[in-house]
Design a protein around this ligand. Structure first.
Ligand code: CO
Length: 140
């Protein structure tokens, strides 16, 4: 297994709509650079992607009472960098490879915000940064 492209950087925020304003007011982006808010109830998040020339920012906001993002926002009330996502060719072989190397993979592969399978690797094994791996999107 070898990681490929940086797909996105995840930033947890108390309000996606408020965070959009940051990227529009400070950084010159338009609403057309930003995807509509989506929801993943099973993972307790709402999300929206900000499209950059070479990558994306994923804004994530808590959804529901037991959202993992809620705990993060208790520690980081204004929001903060939550994870970094790299692409891999095959999520199951990546998972098996990481587990064999002793890394802590959080949960089973599941469908992420881009509609492909994702896993998360515990920050304790990755220099303090939560790592998301996602299967590469088809690029045409
Ligand atoms: Co993500």
């Amino acid at each position: 297994m070898k990681i490929g492209r940086l797909n996105h950087i995840g930033i947890a925020v108390p309000s996606i709509v408020a965070a959009w304003k940051t990227y529009k007011n400070l950084y010159g982006l338009a609403q057309s650079d930003i995807t509509p808010i989506g929801e993943m109830p099973s993972q307790g998040v709402r999300f929206s992607f900000i499209n950059l020339e070479n990558s994306q920012i994923e804004l994530i906001e808590p959804l529901g009472d037991n959202s993992p993002i809620s705990k993060f926002l208790v520690k980081n009330p204004n929001g903060g960098q939550h994870h970094v996502c790299f692409e891999v060719a095959d999520i199951y072989s990546a998972r098996d490879d990481l587990v064999a190397k002793g890394a802590t993979v959080l949960g089973e592969p599941r469908i992420g915000a881009h509609g492909t399978l994702v896993i998360f690797v515990h920050p304790k094994d990755t220099n303090g940064v939560l790592i998301e791996l996602m299967e590469t999107l088809e690029r045409h």
